[in-house]
Design a protein around this ligand. Structure first.
Ligand SMILES: Nc1ncnc2c1ncn2[C@@H]1O[C@H](COP(=O)(O)OP(=O)(O)OP(=O)(O)O)[C@@H](O)[C@H]1O
Ligand SMILES: [Mg+2]
Length: 505
């Protein structure tokens, strides 16, 4: 492995308004290595990547490429030096072909004849160690293959240093493995890679060197072989991390039922589901993917049509035919698929949180800015959204903080019943614990919570009571004294429902 510094950052800083995104960072990316950047949401990883690639200009310090000071004013300046970034949001033109995308604005290569382009495309595939059909439209490719097109595009521009910002966030494990194979092949040909990811185990299996950032500051850089997921987490958070769950607060004996579901049928296969959620109670919904968990959630909220059945909220029958009805009835659903779940990227945090609930902050139809501001400030600090101010546009937030805004948006409506589907997917470990605490404190305030999670540990760690779905039916129920990993697993997998109060016929 070559070890000459390819890119060096010396005392680099970057500030956005009141936020010091990166401070006095010195770092060396060696040629022909894969170098990971890890850190909590908002630690500054993407900002570092964007400075390297000319998207942002540092406001302190300097960048050196092969020992020479460089000043990039735009991505194309970095590209001229063979430096580029593959941002988390793919930047391809979906309606055009793979070939067209790869050579789009690629400098000299965009002027090649059609024949030469095909020739060059073949070479690029060879270089990358993978193939993508040249003539299909990008829109028709799987995300993993789109990711490969981005890599080919980077190579077509003669990139020697490629920043990849969370390239695996949308990939499944087989796709991730294929991508890693390609990345290693590039490294072995002398390309340097800066790799940003929250999947710490993946990071350690792929990269040569790891840099930990915290609050925009450099914590340490060292060989991946000397780190473990635990040491990385400790470095990222600045403390050892308590992976336990917050202590469960018992539900009051006389707690009223906040939501009653009766005979719910939905999505053509969810049949006859009935259960109650009481104020302060956290109910877990367990089951395999496809068992009907998300369908139950969506039908209760009004996101999908109910085939039959009733929902009562706070003792009153409610007629829920749309999410709007659900919100009005006091139900919030934080859905599984949070990308494209309606964050208005160009608008402020404040707007995103309050727009769906304007009736709540307005007195007599007039929005009260003071009340709105106060309620939003409370939420922002409770959820730990890191931003310069509530007026900050959502597109200036780090990825993880955007997710927290989504959470805030739903909580702002003060729901009686909060349904969270995979509440911690894609957030860093610190935020995970913060979300657990948030769920607990909402319950303590009398909200009923329905938690869906594929991580059984999460369901058991949070819930007072666990319901198990299998093939669209409620097959078992476990209270605190009965729930164990084994008993719930058995119910999930249809092996005899164990000690649980078997509901199956
Ligand atoms: N264009 C921008 N305008 C204003 N503030 C910004 C901008 N880009 C980033 N920031 C702020 O800089 C800080 C660092 O953000 P950055 O995106 O680098 O974090 P990150 O480590 O990539 O986080 P994540 O894991 O959530 O993606 C955050 O507080 C963020 O809100
Ligand atoms: Mg980021």
């Amino acid at each position: 492995m070559a070890t000459a510094p390819h890119m060096e950052l010396r005392n680099v800083g970057k500030r956005f308004g009141g936020v010091q995104a990166v401070a006095d960072l010195s770092l060396s990316i060696d040629r022909g290595t894969i170098h990971a950047l890890v850190g909590e949401n908002g630690a500054g990883k993407s900002t570092v990547g964007k400075m390297i690639a000319g998207v942002h200009r540092p406001d302190a310090g300097e960048l050196l490429l092969d020992g020479r000071v460089v000043r990039y004013h735009a991505p194309r300046d970095a590209l001229a030096d063979g430096v580029t970034i593959i941002a988390q949001e793919l930047a391809l033109v979906p309606q055009r072909s793979v070939l067209e995308n790869v050579f789009l604005r690629s400098g000299r290569a965009s002027h090649l004849t059609a024949r030469d382009k095909r020739q060059r495309y073949a070479e690029l595939q060879e270089e990358a160690g993978f193939e993508v059909p040249a003539d299909v439209r990008v829109a028709s490719l799987r995300v993993a293959d789109q990711q490969k097109v981005e890599i080919l595009k980077a190579l077509a521009r003669d990139a020697q240093l490629i920043v990849m910002d969370e390239p695996t966030a949308v990939l499944n494990s087989a796709e991730t493995e294929r991508l890693f194979h390609a990345v290693r092949a590039l490294r072995d040909r002398g390309t340097s890679i800066v790799f940003v990811s929250h999947f710490l185990e993946d990071v350690l299996s792929l990269v040569d060197t790891v840099t930990i950032l915290r609050d925009g500051k450099h914590i340490r850089t060292g060989p991946a072989a000397q780190e473990s997921p635990e040491t990385l987490v400790t470095g990222m958070l600045g403390r050892t991390f308590d992976t336990s769950f917050p202590e469960k607060v018992p539900v009051a004996q006389d707690a009223p039922v906040v939501a009653a579901v009766r005979g719910l049928c939905a999505a053509g296969f969810v049949k006859d589901i009935s259960f109650d959620v009481r104020a302060g109670e956290i109910v877990g919904l367990a089951g395999l993917v496809g068992s009907g968990r998300s369908e139950v959630a969506r039908a209760i909220f009004g996101a999908d049509k109910r085939d039959a059945g009733d929902v009562e909220v706070a003792g009153e029958a409610v007629d829920i035919a749309s999410p709007r009805d659900g919100v009005r009835a006091g139900i919030a659903l934080l859905p599984e698929d949070r990308k494209g779940q309606g964050l208005l990227m160009q608008r402020s945090i404040l707007d995103n949180i309050t727009l769906p609930h304007l009736d709540r902050v307005s007195a007599g139809g007039v929005v009260s800015p003071v009340r709105e501001q106060k309620a939003v400030d409370d939420l922002i600090s409770r959820i730990g959204i890191r931003a310069s101010s509530p007026a900050a546009k959502v597109n200036t937030l780090s990825g993880g903080n955007q997710q927290k805004v989504l959470f805030a948006k739903w909580l702002f409506g003060r729901p009686s019943l909060l349904i969270t589907d995979e509440p911690t997917r894609g957030v860093d470990v610190g935020a995970k614990r913060a979300i657990y605490e948030l769920i607990h404190s909402l319950a303590a305030e009398g909200v009923g919570v329905l938690v869906i999670s594929s991580e059984l540990e999460e369901v058991l760690g949070l819930a007072h009571r666990v319901l198990v779905l299998r093939e669209g039916r409620l097959v078992a129920e476990f209270d605190q004294s009965q729930m164990s990993e084994e008993s719930v697993m058995r119910a999930i997998f249809a092996a005899d429902a164990g000690d649980g109060e078997g509901l199956a016929s």
